[in-house]
Design a protein around this ligand. Structure first.
Ligand code: SF4
Length: 505
């Protein structure tokens, strides 16, 4: 069979709304295209097995950058890390490797990059694993176009354009290489400037977002980013209502138990500096309609392996459902500090009540983490009584005010939250995520954190990983606070990072 589109992906494919390629495949099929998928090719010959697509190859490492997948924060191979579910079949820099195989074997095919690895390497970026700046992945991969973010609108438009033999310019949510700098594009500091000058690197970091047309000169050419398209509630309803089987491969340990998870919204208003979500889904909330979510859940009892429980009802932070703002399309301010942000949780509480009252539904769990500093007491009480699976996941990340400020996480009162949760006597527990060795954290701050959390149970501590294009990675690379350009302490040595983790274990 000759497919219109072939996706090459660096992770397991599963026909479920939690799999980005599955959403794209189902959507493209709905619009009449034929779609093939090659998962985890291990050698060059593997990418030839479905032949050449009529329209394009879509290339992604999946939901995780292949370097994050293959190496621990201390740069050890994951295979040496007994705690991780390591998969040796994904090559380092998978997107570039797959692209080069395709370019070699199908010279004139159109190559479209997407997913996390491509989205976060779209401009010059700091690569922690090589400890140097690398060019845009568009140049290394010799791809035709890069889709950043979720990509549904972009791939439909690309498919139509290629089918009609039209060019790929000016597609919202994509990046291209161009010889010219178009009008109305904000120019980022050039590749040359950010390599030579760390303050320019900070300037670049502050200018990058999904909502602006920006360009970066690299040699004699420009990398152009066309601003992201506006996704709407109706769009999300359409994508998540596609007819997925929801089957999870039997060898996929991490995914089992999540077959009946439901995505309620996209985006996160948190803007944590170590997180890449701002440059993928964006920092405004887009919620699905209640009607669409209920329709999806009402279909579960038709699946023979459904046991009556909704495994998760959430998104990047489970309690941001319904925080959509009517001004989100034009407003570029930070929602977390805005009085217009609807923090009432009333839409979410209403939704939870309706879902648990549906016939055929026993339990509705919230297994996605919540942003505790946004959560009103009535919501915490409600979920503690009805919706916690094993533990309620929260991510305070640190306790030191200065480090929290550098993380953009100095909101809320952790102690007050703990006291309130414990006073509920719900019989449920919390689990906690912390980051150590983040820029600003010396041994003193690590010890302060260790002292504060010594009596907590269910604690996970990660050494900070400088993933491409985040604000915290900019701090790590430059040693500067990007906003003030003042020097900050950064733990760089293997020994200190390990020690900062050791005091916390
Ligand atoms: S007005 Fe406030 S809540 Fe609305 S998008 Fe702007 S910052 Fe966010």
């Amino acid at each position: 069979m000759e497919y219109d589109i072939i996706f090459i992906m660096g992770e397991v494919y599963f026909d479920h709304p939690l799999c980005g390629v599955a959403i794209l495949k189902r959507l493209l099929e709905k619009y009449g295209y034929t779609v093939g998928v090659i998962e985890k090719p291990t050698k060059e010959v593997d990418i030839k097995k479905l032949g050449k697509p009529k329209l394009f190859f879509g290339i992604t490492s999946g939901a995780i950058d292949s370097m994050v997948r293959n190496y621990t924060p201390l740069k050890k191979n994951r295979e040496e890390d007994e705690h991780s579910d390591y998969d040796e079949h994904v090559p380092d820099r998978a997107v570039t490797v797959y692209s080069n195989w395709i370019r070699k074997n199908f010279k004139d095919s159109i190559m479209v990059l997407g997913g996390t690895e491509a989205s976060l390497r779209r401009f010059v970026h700091y690569d922690y694993w090589q400890n140097r700046l690398r060019k845009s992945i568009l140049l290394d991969s010799r791809a035709d176009i890069l889709v950043y973010g979720s990509g549904e609108k972009q791939v439909l438009e690309i498919a139509q354009r290629v089918k009609d033999n039209r060019n790929l310019e000016m597609i919202e949510g994509t990046c291209l290489i161009s010889k010219e700098l178009p009008d109305n594009f904000k120019e980022l500091p050039s590749e040359e400037e950010v390599i030579e000058n760390k303050e320019k690197f900070c300037d670049m970091q502050l200018m990058i977002n999904n909502y602006t047309n920006v360009a970066q000169k690299t040699g004699q050419r420009y990398i152009l980013q066309y601003k992201s398209p506006q996704y709407t509630t109706e769009n999300l309803d359409e994508y998540y209502e596609l007819d997925f089987t929801r089957e999870i491969p039997s060898d996929s340990k991490h995914l089992r138990g999540f077959e009946f998870s439901v995505v309620t919204h996209r985006g996160c208003v948190g803007n944590c500096n170590f997180c890449a979500l701002r440059l993928i889904q964006g920092n405004k909330i887009i919620s699905r309609s209640e009607k669409s979510i209920l329709k999806e859940i009402k279909s579960f009892p038709n699946k023979i392996y459904f046991r009556g429980n909704v495994d998760d009802l959430g998104g990047p932070s489970a309690n941001m459902y319904g925080m959509d703002c009517s001004l989100r399309e034009s407003c570029r301010k930070d929602c977390l500090n805005c009085e217009k942000l609807d923090k009432s949780h009333s839409k979410l509480l209403e939704l939870l009540k309706k879902v648990r009252n549906l016939s055929g539904i026993n339990k509705v769990y919230i297994r996605s983490g919540i942003r505790y500093d946004l959560a009103p007491k009535k919501y915490i009480k409600e979920i503690a009584e009805n919706h916690i699976y094993d533990t309620l996941k929260i991510a305070p990340e640190h306790v030191d005010k200065k480090v929290l400020h550098l993380m953009n996480k100095d909101y809320g009162d952790f102690t007050e939250f703990l006291n309130f949760f414990n006073s509920l006597n719900s019989g449920k527990e919390l689990s906690y995520y912390f980051i150590t060795a983040h820029p600003g954290s010396s041994m003193k701050e690590a010890e302060e954190l260790a002292l504060e959390i010594r009596d907590l149970r269910n604690v996970s501590v990660q050494v900070f990983t400088p993933t491409p294009m985040t604000m915290s990675t900019c701090m790590y690379h430059t040693g500067l606070d990007p906003e003030t350009k003042k020097k900050i302490y950064v733990p760089y040595s293997y020994r200190e990072k390990k020690e900062q983790k050791r005091v916390l274990m």
